[in-house]
Design a protein. Structure first.
Length: 743
């Protein structure tokens, strides 16, 4: 029945006025009147809770805020205040969980900053919440706050290290490295994991290097200035060096005979770009003048004149000279490419790329890591089709030509580092075989730069242009999904990620599909369709243990969404899979407990009882199952069976020497079922064993009254004798009562 709106308004105004004047008792009375008028009004409850909080009535405030949350589940304030109250009264674990609940409400409202603040509160109160640390790091990453995101991933790694999960710790550090490959504390963390030592978190003031303006220029002081290079690439550069080396050798060596004359003539013809005549002169000189510089120029000119089979004979010798080797390898790769021998071309082109990249390395570059990238690229190309290898060699030759080939090699290699870390070897191959891959590399660099700067519209426009000429290059689609997520278009981003994962599945790249789906679930853990796709993938790959974990998570998701019937069905399916695959007994027991919990919530006590009995059959000392059966039997008014189950549970506690657990359980049950004589007698017995005389007398006294009320005179006589044996105050009264009963 609706209340009086005018009375409600007057009460609220009076409450606000009192609160303004800090007259909290008056505010409580006024807000209480408002609640009486409209018991389902959340706002009145929230104000009443604040007033109670101000006068220190914390338990009452907690109750009021809990009611406010029931009335307005989408309002974060009641949850936030109740978390604050729980923290004040020392219930830190519950407070931590409540802060997590608050964060989820803010997340639903797309207020990521407030969600982060509440997650951080939760981790402060409850250490070891790895899933929350992961969410914090990912949230900061989406906000573009790179230093905080890196620290978040490192804190996640520390927690995983403490749990003994090194692989997960390494993955967390690698996520931090994706944001900044050169941040010293991150690199130190990775080395610490490799060596087995403890990760040291950076100080809060540590920041990742800036990437723009003067700071960026300062960070690049140690990098080589990339100037326009010979458009023929390493081969052209080596041929220019060879001219100088050969001229010095001829002139300083005093070789003024015919061979020396032919060599000087060949060099002059080469400078005049009279390639055919230069080749003839070099061939004449070669008979009596064996020098790597001559071999380099002769081989290079033969490549340019489309005589590759002749060129390879000379270039092999030129590659032995350290100064000329990168150019000689480039020329050999081009010669074998022209001959259609793609495997040999790949080998030499990769050697040329690696030598150039190594020569351009700065003090910050790890040469071992650089070499490992080229080794992995070589390995990735071993079993590819001739068509793919030919396309990739064409890409390598494009990289090794033009005026900016040195800069392009560095940029492409760094992009391959990122791709290798995120997508594996197949990702590198995809980039190299994609349509207009050279333009694609530049486009990806621009997209990443725009995203770092928070220019999401420009990044999306660039992505659309890249998709037009390379529609099947999935990393571009991944970036589009990331942009959507960072713009708050969560559902569109999830749909995009789902499409990418399905494409990988069609290509039978299941590992990459699984990785995408797992990342989506980190962002949207309640998305049922994504989790079902991941389960289907894992089942197709016969990865049953991982599939089982996903089944359990799916059931939990249904439970969180209030679909309890579906949650139970999925848990039952998970149990069947667990039994079939012979997983650990503990995991089966955990699943059964969840099923029984759902049955109890649905008040299906018979099914819950059956499940708890099955648990005891699997794990006979499962304390929780015994405890639940005690309650179920009491709720079914079957005190005899309840006491039997209780005695079994007490026996388990006794074997484990847990006297405190026995006392606590009996005290709890006596409070719940005060008229049960069996509980009273057992609690009195344990008090006597613990020498708690007064408590034992109190229980025996209550037990005796229950026995007399039930007409159990002989049992009452026995109980009174026990009391007398303890020497209570007023012992004569007990003796008189005993004589009246004929004892």
């Amino acid at each position: 029945m609706a209340g009086n709106q005018e009375a409600y308004a007057r009460a609220m105004e009076a409450g606000h006025n009192a609160a303004w004047d800090k007259e909290w008792q008056q505010a409580i009375a006024a807000y209480g009147q408002a609640v009486q008028e409209f018991p389902n009004d959340a706002i009145a409850h929230i104000h009443l809770g604040l007033a109670l909080l101000e006068v220190g009535r914390l338990d009452d405030a907690l109750k009021v805020y809990s009611r406010a949350h029931q009335l307005a589940p989408d309002d974060p304030i009641p949850l936030e205040k109740s978390a604050d109250v729980l923290e004040k009264i020392g219930r830190l674990k519950e407070a931590g969980q409540q802060y997590i609940n608050v964060a989820e409400v803010y997340l639903a409202q797309r207020d990521l900053a407030k969600a982060i603040a509440n997650w951080e509160q939760a981790t402060r109160l409850t250490p070891g919440l790895v899933n929350i640390h992961a969410k914090i790091a990912q949230a900061y990453e989406r906000l573009g706050e790179k230093p905080k995101a890196i620290r978040g991933y490192l804190e996640l790694a520390v927690n995983f290290q403490r749990m003994g999960e090194k692989d997960k710790a390494v993955k967390a550090v690698q996520r931090a490295l994706r944001l900044d490959q050169r941040f010293t504390p991150t690199l130190n963390a990775l080395r610490a994991l490799e060596s087995g030592s403890e990760i040291i978190l950076p100080r809060l003031e540590d920041k990742t290097p800036a990437k723009s303006g003067s700071s960026a220029r300062a960070s690049q002081r140690n990098q080589p200035v990339v100037v326009e290079a010979d458009p023929l690439g390493p081969m052209g550069e080596a041929m220019t060096d060879a001219l100088g080396l050969l001229a010095t050798y001829v002139i300083e060596g005093g070789m003024l005979d015919a061979s020396g004359g032919d060599a000087l003539q060949a060099m002059e013809l080469q400078r005049q770009q009279s390639n055919a005549n230069a080749i003839a002169a070099y061939l004449r000189a070669e008979a009596r003048l064996n020098h790597p510089a001559l071999k380099m120029n002769l081989g290079g000119l033969l490549v340019l004149e489309k005589r590759p089979d002749e060129a390879t004979k000379h270039l092999g010798e030129a590659s032995l000279n350290a100064q000329l080797s990168a150019g000689a390898y480039h020329a050999l790769g081009k010669a074998y490419f022209d001959m259609g021998k793609q495997k040999q071309a790949t080998r030499y082109l990769l050697q040329s790329l690696q030598q150039v990249d190594t020569s351009l390395a700065t003090a910050n570059d790890d040469l071992n890591e650089l070499g490992a990238i080229y080794d992995q690229l070589s390995s990735a190309l071993e079993d590819r089709s001739n068509e793919d290898v030919s396309a990739i060699n064409g890409r390598f030759l494009e990289m090794l030509s033009g005026k900016e080939w040195k800069q392009r090699i560095r940029e492409t290699r760094r992009q391959m580092e990122d791709i290798l870390r995120d997508q594996g070897q197949q990702g590198m191959v995809d980039l190299l075989v994609a349509n207009r891959s050279d333009e694609l590399t530049d486009a990806v660099s621009r997209i990443d730069r725009y995203m770092r700067q928070g220019l999401f519209t420009l990044a999306m426009d660039e992505s659309h242009r890249a998709v037009e000429y390379s529609p099947f290059y999935l990393p571009i689609h991944v970036r589009m999904a990331e942009i959507m997520m960072r713009e708050g278009r969560v559902r569109q981003a999830i749909n995009k990620y789902n499409m990418i994962a399905k494409t990988y599945l069609v290509r039978e790249e299941n590992d990459r599909a699984a990785s995408i789906l797992s990342e989506v679930l980190e962002m949207a853990p309640l998305d049922i369709s994504v989790r079902e796709s991941l389960i289907e993938l894992l089942e197709n790959e016969l990865r049953w243990e991982e599939a089982l974990d996903q089944y359990i998570d799916l059931a939990d998701t249904h439970h969180q969404l209030g679909n309890f019937d579906m949650s139970r069905d999925v848990f039952v399916a998970a149990e069947r899979l667990a039994n079939r695959e012979g997983v650990s007994k503990d995991k089966i027991v955990r699943i059964k407990h969840r099923v029984a919990d759902i049955d109890q919530m649905r008040l299906d006590m018979r099914r819950a009882q059956k499940t708890y009995e099955e648990i005891i059959h699997i794990a006979e000392d499962d304390e929780r199952a015994h405890r639940m059966l005690v309650d179920i039997h009491y709720r079914q008014n079957n005190a005899v069976e309840a006491i039997k189950k209780l005695d079994t549970l007490l026996g388990i506690y006794a074997r484990n020497k847990q006297a405190n657990r026995i006392t606590q359980l009996l005290e709890e049950l006596v409070t719940l079922y005060p008229n049960d004589t069996g509980l009273r007698s057992r609690l009195a017995a344990i008090y006597r064993q613990l020498k708690r005389k007064d408590d034992a007398i109190k229980q025996l006294d209550a037990l005796g009254e229950l026995q007399l009320q039930a007409g159990l005179h002989q049992e009452a006589i026995s109980t009174i004798r026990q009391i007398i044996s303890l020497g209570p105050d007023g012992i004569e009264e007990y003796k008189h009562l005993l004589s009246q009963l004929g004892g």
